[in-house]
Design a protein around this ligand. Structure first.
Ligand SMILES: NC(=O)c1ccc[n+]([C@@H]2O[C@H](COP(=O)([O-])OP(=O)(O)OC[C@H]3O[C@@H](n4cnc5c(N)ncnc54)[C@H](O)[C@@H]3O)[C@@H](O)[C@H]2O)c1
Length: 447
């Protein structure tokens, strides 16, 4: 088939490239001329494992190309995919400007009957609005909801082996066409969910809100553990052993971030308000997440005893491992607080450092090597559980941090609860986790 994608971001680039790899002719269109120029030169503007090889292979094979505008033969495509951003507006509701602009372009350009496939995460009823928007086209265009569930950091894998495919279709013909398109994929889960457009749109928000809710609930319990002396590790193991609950998405931490959970939970709450149905759980999930970010700032502040004039190192700036995406990342929130309180911030991240430096324009610094970032700091905060941070040399960290012994020793704040407190204290460092008991090394000098 001949396919056009609008948006060369995480979703458009991965999905468009994946479909090219299945043998389709794909054009990825983006209004960001710089992004398109980089892609044309073989440079991938985002970090996503396995993506760059896949892009290069398909460009070389003549199946994948990039442009700022649609031109022949892609004005006669079989399907147009919308993978543009839907950022939150001031009230939390999704901003559909890019979706509507791209829809107008399709309506003006399409020269043959085609599908318009909405992959962007959009509120219930958006596909109907898009259908009305493209009604003026010279050819019949049928709008389908096909929400995207890929996880940044594992997106290529998710494309080829999705848990499920959700298709909200207005006709049997549209459903069949998309089934044919996705037939070569290896479904990890049970099925293709074929439904109406509105239900498909809601599936996406419901899925993200459900996952975010689990995280927020565990974070609230972690704060309760902190106040009462219970240990969130044990609580998680005990709760997660119930097969009805399951073990995943029960990790306490710095709060969820990224380009999806925060905005989708808020957009769902906004949709509820607009529809006259107050979604108290979605609202509480968001509020608990905001609270967790504040809790983390306080935890760091309490651990060091004041922030003004102190230097703090952050390991992990991306919102999760294996991505360079810092949108709504816990590191960004904590950095804002630390800077406001008069601290100096030094960061390290295997992939997201450049985005982080750009976001803070000269107010933070980063180092190429993780241990160099620790040099001269009063505390190290682990915010993203990249593999390379999992088993560090704590003696080396101790040498580089400044501080005394015992309760005055420098502190490691493990916002992901991945380090073993005894390994940290053995090196003469204090350990603070999220919802786990505080651990302090002996006051006596080591060795
Ligand atoms: N990132 C994820 O993990 C993920 C997962 C599932 C769903 N989604 C959803 O998919 C959508 C896209 O997310 P993303 O993270 O890929 O966004 P992104 O911000 O990485 O990319 C969006 C791209 O669209 C381009 N764009 C904007 N208007 C355009 C237009 N009129 N024509 C062509 N290009 C245009 C932008 O320049 C940008 O490059 C959002 O609705 C998001 O909620 C994202």
């Amino acid at each position: 088939m001949r396919l056009v994608f609008f948006g060369a971001g995480y979703v458009g680039l991965v999905t468009g490239t994946g479909l090219a790899d299945l043998g389709h002719d794909v054009l990825v269109v983006d209004i960001d001329a710089d992004r398109v120029a980089r892609l044309e030169q073989g440079e991938i503007p985002i970090y996503e494992p396995r993506l760059s090889d896949l892009v290069r292979r398909n460009v070389r094979g003549g199946r994948l190309s990039f442009a700022t505008k649609i031109s022949a033969p892609f004005d006669s495509a079989d399907a147009y995919f919308l993978a543009v951003g839907t950022p939150p507006g001031p009230d939390g509701a999704a901003d559909l400007t890019a979706v509507m602009r791209a829809s107008d372009t399709i309506a003006q350009t399409a020269k043959q009957k085609a599908l318009v496939v909405v992959k962007s995460t959009v509120p219930v009823g958006t596909c109907d609005k898009v259908q009305a928007r493209v009604a003026g086209a010279k050819v019949p265009l049928e709008v389908v909801s096909n929400p995207e569930f890929l996880k940044e950091g594992d997106a290529v894998n998710d494309f080829f082996k999705p848990d499920r495919i959700v298709l909200g279709v207005p006709s049997e013909e549209a459903g069949e066409k998309l089934r044919e398109l996705y037939a070569p994929l290896q479904l990890r889960g049970e099925r293709i969910v074929l439904t109406d457009r509105r239900s498909a749109e809601l599936v996406k928000y419901a899925s993200n809100a459900m996952l975010a809710m689990r995280v927020s609930f565990m974070n609230e319990l972690a704060r309760l553990c902190d106040a009462t002396g219970a240990d969130i590790h044990a609580v998680r193991l005990g709760v997660g052993s119930d097969t009805r609950i399951g073990k995943r998405y029960l990790y306490a931490g710095p709060g969820y971030g990224g380009s999806c959970f925060p905005k989708d939970v808020q957009a769902l709450a906004a949709l509820g308000r607009e529809s006259g149905v107050r979604l108290t759980l979605a609202e509480a999930t968001h509020a608990a997440n905001e609270e967790q970010a504040k809790f983390l700032c306080q935890l760091v502040e309490r651990a060091i005893g004041g922030l003004a004039g102190k230097q703090i190192t952050l390991w992990g700036l991306a919102f999760k491992p294996e991505t360079d995406d810092i949108r709504e990342s816990p590191a960004v929130k904590l950095t804002k607080h630390l800077l406001e309180a008069g601290a100096k911030v030094v960061g390290h991240d295997p992939e997201a450092a450049a985005n982080y430096v750009k976001a803070f324009e000269g107010r933070v610094s980063v180092r190429e090597r993780d241990y160099d970032a620790v040099e001269g700091s009063h505390a190290l905060v682990l915010l993203t559980e990249w593999r390379s941070y999992r088993a560090p040399n704590f003696d080396e960290i101790r040498k580089r941090l400044v501080g005394g012994e015992g309760k005055d020793a420098p502190v490691l704040v493990d916002a992901r609860n991945v380090w073993r407190p005894q390994d940290v204290t053995k090196a003469g460092l204090r350990y603070r986790g999220v919802g786990v008991p505080t651990t302090t090394p002996d006051a006596a000098p080591r060795g």
